[in-house]
Design a protein around this ligand. Structure first.
Ligand code: HEM
Length: 161
C-alpha cells in the first residue's frame, strides 16, 4: 500500500522535522524577543497530519511554548482544520486552506482553562509556507482581549535530515 493517505497529498511538502534558523517574536505589549523552535509533521497513514512543536529560549535553551495537535484535511478538498493544544492553557481550532505550498488558517474557536493568564487570546491567524525545498516559514498574528490583531511570531526553519 501507499505510505500515506491520498487525502493528505496537498500537505506532503509539510511532512518531516523542521528546526528554526531564525525565530522572532513581537507584540505591541512586550519587548521583541528571539526564540528557537523545532516542529514536526508526521503521518500514520490516516487522512490527517500529526503535529508537535517545542520552542526554547535562545540563550538558556529552556523550554518555552509547546504545542501538540493534528492538521486535518477534508478528503478530496483543500480545506484544512488545525486542532492544537497549547501548554499555557489554550486549545485552538484553526481552519483554512492549503494552496500550493502554503497553508493559511484562522481560529474558529479558542478555549481556555479557567485560570489561564490574561489577556485572553481572541483570534489567531497563521500561515506555513514552503519557501524552497528545505526552507519553511511560519507567520502568526494574534488578537487578545486588550490588543488588536498584530504579528506575534515570524520564524524560518530548515528541514532536518
Ligand atoms: C506573550 C500568546 C506562541 C513567546 C504572549 C501573550 C500572549 C501570547 C497572549 C501575552 C501578550 C500580552 O501580554 O499582551 C501566544 C499564542 C501563541 C504563542 C496564542 C501560539 C499560537 C509563542 C511562542 C513563543 C512565545 C512559540 C516562543 C517562545 C512569548 C513571549 C511572550 C509572549 C516571550 C512575552 C512574555 C510573556 O508574556 O510570557 N504570547 N503565544 N509565544 N509570548 Fe506568546
Amino acid at each position: 500500500g501507499k505510505p500515506f493517505n491520498e487525502a493528505i497529498k496537498p500537505l506532503l511538502w509539510l511532512l518531516g522535522k523542521w528546526e528554526s534558523v531564525e525565530g522572532k517574536g513581537t507584540f505591541p505589549t512586550i519587548p521583541p524577543f528571539s526564540y528557537g523552535e523545532q516542529i514536526e509533521f508526521t503521518s500514520f497513514g490516516q487522512p490527517m497530519v500529526n503535529y508537535s512543536s517545542f520552542s526554547w529560549h535562545p540563550e538558556k535553551k529552556t523550554a518555552m511554548h509547546l504545542e501538540s495537535g493534528f492538521l486535518r484535511i477534508k478528503p478530496g478538498t483543500n480545506q484544512v482544520a488545525f486542532l492544537v493544544a497549547h501548554n499555557f492553557g489554550l486549545t485552538t481550532v484553526e481552519e483554512g486552506e492549503v494552496v500550493g505550498n502554503k497553508v493559511s488558517m484562522t481560529s474558529k474557536d479558542i478555549t481556555r482553562m479557567s485560570w489561564a493568564k490574561d489577556p485572553a487570546v481572541t483570534k489567531i491567524v497563521r500561515t506555513f509556507e514552503l519557501l524552497n525545498d528545505h526552507t519553511l516559514e511560519q507567520v502568526l498574528h494574534m488578537e487578545t482581549s486588550s490588543t488588536p490583531l498584530c504579528e506575534h511570531l515570524k520564524i524560518v526553519y530548515k528541514r532536518k535530515p
